[in-house]
Write a protein that binds this ligand. Structure first.
Ligand SMILES: [Zn+2]
Length: 433
């Protein structure tokens, strides 16, 4: 309740303080929340590779583009740029029982994203720093036959570089164990484009112990060689220099589902970024707000699988990369109590000065933190291809990430409107040669 009131106060304050931004009746905050609620709902299946969750999300982005009246690039029948890529998916429920205790998928454990099929009951053997630190104990451990075993790896508190090396090597399964179990403090799931050579299960600490003897396991994964995905691309034509483009981008995909029930909502990552991109598309497509330069909006697919959509775009650009005068990628737009971080701010100093001065003048965010280049979202393939670009993500607030708790209900979106204004002002004031 307290959070709710403070959010309400923030929103009221924001809307009165920023009255210089006439919104033409467009409720930015409500729109952002609607996009996040929609894309993170079960209907979209975590926007991954079960029952075409990612495809449904792409269609949603395209239909919002259509509502805005965004233009399609010459010759394109729709907003899509199609591509295929390999991915491992889990269409069926995954079961893990430790001794007689069934664990809850997504909450207590996850199969590692590249986990191959496996079915059966296996013995467990524990390996922690105490064994590794004792040379004799580790030598006798290494001599055992692990062919019917899963090695349970607890690398908690390992700081010694030699021990770290041993644990790194164990990840390659040098003893030929049936599989590995990693003990984690928190589940962080991902997407794999290759099958792992042996099964790996990640179990949250507390669900397995040194005394655990047996695991029953059922994983029925489906490796898809050429899953069809797509980028979604549209633009607003500039009124002065239509051949110069500013790009606003965000990835719409997330991690998808495991089986019938477990799904990863991805509210912060990155329904919030899609909400931000679409709110700007909506704003700049209003006749009164026509920009000087053209603005392209790109919803990338398969970011979580390794920046696949954005990499594909830079290999086969729908319009030439040389026409992109600046690209602004957004990901994780859901908080902002501690401001935002801007990747590449150390590279593109003039643009950063502009962004920072707009922020200070209008008191939008408490800070914009600088960060150098990083390959952590879809701006990166563009940066590698010499396109000037930023990537912004919010800081502070809830920390759910790549887990089943990244839901709209707990995501405050407390700086959503301010970030929208910041980006809007930045786009309007950016000078392009
Ligand atoms: Zn993301």
């Amino acid at each position: 309740m307290r959070n709710f009131i403070s959010i309400l106060v923030l929103v009221l304050f924001a809307s009165s303080a920023k009255s210089q931004n006439a919104n033409n009746g467009f409720d930015i905050q409500a729109y952002g929340r609607w996009v996040v609620d929609t894309l993170s709902s079960p209907y979209f299946k975590g926007r991954g590779y079960i029952k075409e969750g990612d495809n449904l999300a792409a269609y949603f982005v395209a239909s919002e583009f259509h509502k805005c009246g965004l233009k399609k690039f010459t010759g394109a029948r729709n907003y899509y740029q199609n591509f295929n890529f390999p991915v491992n998916a889990f269409p069926r429920d995954v079961f893990v029982a430790i001794d007689d205790q069934y664990l809850i998928c997504g909450r207590d454990f996850v199969p590692e994203a590249g986990c191959p099929d496996i079915k059966g009951a296996w013995n467990l053997v524990w390996l922690d720093s105490a064994t590794v630190a004792n040379e004799d104990a580790y030598k006798s451990f290494a001599r055992r036959d692990f062919s019917t075993y899963f090695i349970v790896i607890d690398d908690r508190g390992v700081t010694d570089p030699d021990q770290q090396k041993i644990f790194k090597n164990i990840a390659l399964n040098p003893f030929g164990a049936k599989g590995l179990i990693y003990i984690r403090n928190k589940i962080t799931w991902s997407v794999a484009t290759e099958l792992s050579p042996f099964p790996i299960i990640e179990v949250v600490r507390g669900n397995i112990s040194k005394d655990s003897k047996k695991m029953r396991l059922l994983v029925d994964s489906k490796f898809i060689d050429d899953y069809p995905s797509r980028n979604v691309i549209g633009y607003v034509e500039g009124k002065e220099k239509p051949d110069s483009f500013i790009v606003i981008s965000a990835h719409y995909d997330h991690l998808g589902k495991i089986g019938r029930i477990v799904y990863f909502p991805g509210a912060n990552d990155n329904a919030s970024g899609i909400g931000m991109m679409l709110s700007l598309a909506k704003w700049f497509s209003m006749p009164a707000n026509k920009p000087k330069y053209s603005i392209a909006f790109i919803g990338f697919g398969a970011e979580e699988a390794g920046l696949i959509g954005s990499t594909r775009y830079t290999m086969y650009p729908v319009f030439p990369l040389s026409q992109i005068k600046f690209l602004f990628n957004v990901d994780i737009m859901g908080t902002g109590d501690e401001g935002i971080t801007v990747v590449n701010s150390t590279e593109f100093k003039k643009e950063f000065e502009l962004l920072d001065s707009i922020n200070i003048k209008n008191k939008y965010l408490v800070q914009i933190k600088k960060r150098g280049p990083a390959a952590n979202s879809d701006h990166y393939p563009f940066y590698q291809n010499k396109v000037r670009c930023f990537f912004a993500y919010t800081m502070g607030g809830v920390k759910f990430y790549h887990d089943i708790d990244d839901r709209s209900e707990t995501l405050p979106l407390n700086e959503f409107q301010d970030i929208h204004y910041l980006l809007r002002d930045f786009i309007n004031q950016l000078q392009i040669k």
